[in-house]
Write a protein that binds this ligand. Sequence first.
Ligand SMILES: *Cc1c(COP(=O)(O)O)cnc(C)c1O
Length: 370
Amino acid sequence: MAKLNPLIRPLVQALHAYVPGEQPKIKGLVKLNTNENPYPPSPKVLAAVKAAVDGRLRLYPNPTAEKLRAKLAKLHGCQPENILVGNGSDEVLALATRAFTEPKRKAESGKRNNAKATVQYFTPSYSLYPVLADIHGAAKNPVALKPDFSMPSVPELRRGGKWDFHAALTFITTPNAPGGRGYPPAALEKLCRAQKGVVILDEAYVDFANENAANLALIFPHVLVARTFSKAYSLCFQRVGYFIGPAELIAALDKIRDSYNVNGLGQIAAEATLDDLKFYRANFKKIITTRESLARELTKLGFRVLPSQTNFILAKPPLFPAKVWLQKLRDQKILVRWFSAPEVSGYLRITIGTPAEAAALVRAVRAISL
Ligand SMILES: *Cc1c(COP(=O)(O)O)cnc(C)c1O
């Protein structure tokens, strides 16, 4: 490492920041790398945002996202006190890390992890979690999923000896990313029941799944469910995500967030989205249909495609290493995602685009395989 700058905390100097998927500006590129929705927001959402762009931009937005929280509460059958909205779900995940986890004390580093200072998550899962732990100076407890990326049962976790049932904070991506598998609510419930600290079920992709576990956030005093408008609701650009959860935990998070953490246009876009859910449900169906047909096509071409309950698939390519496929596809103007982590370095993660984009990918794969 370069010489330390005494002006900057050593923790920050040592930090490996989160690496977002690339947003390249290459003409004609088929962009299947960041799980964005291929379909634009509903015309009603676009109209609502456009209608809000005037002199009112000088005003602060509603500080508590009051209307949006009321609509979300109605959708999920709870009270507004059970909802916390953030600048994307990434923000609410970061707030939870700060609210529920202690930083490691200096004397502790190197010793056995203190549960109160432990952020726990499965690997592979969302690569932001370890970064949030590092930023906060908390300890990390990564625990491997099974080789097929299914979730170990509670008895298996007990036998494994690595899982910490007292960890201050446990993140579970469900359906999993980048694996794509959905985890049954009954299995999630058993794990929540066994866990002493806070559990966050990160349901970023749940609209593409057959089932969800949102009710667990309204049953247990220590469970939060994270949702986002980014992926299923085509609003990455607006940055709106939220937690559903017990009022006491939500109130704690509310205390430490920025006063105006959700921008005004984002609130308006999200409210209009909730008024037009029918439009989005049709999109989910289209994406699921494309997902299943693309999985069949790639399987025919020799890929091993894992089952997916999301808007992406994880697939092990034939003939060349996955990293070589990444470049070969890029040469054909198709951008997918490859992760260097050893559990997944043999796979490509492919976002489900439109049927035309899926067809372009299949054509490129055929050309490369010849
Ligand atoms: C994309 C994603 C998020 C973040 O969503 P934003 O609301 O855009 O911040 C959170 N969790 C997982 C698993 C994701 O894939």
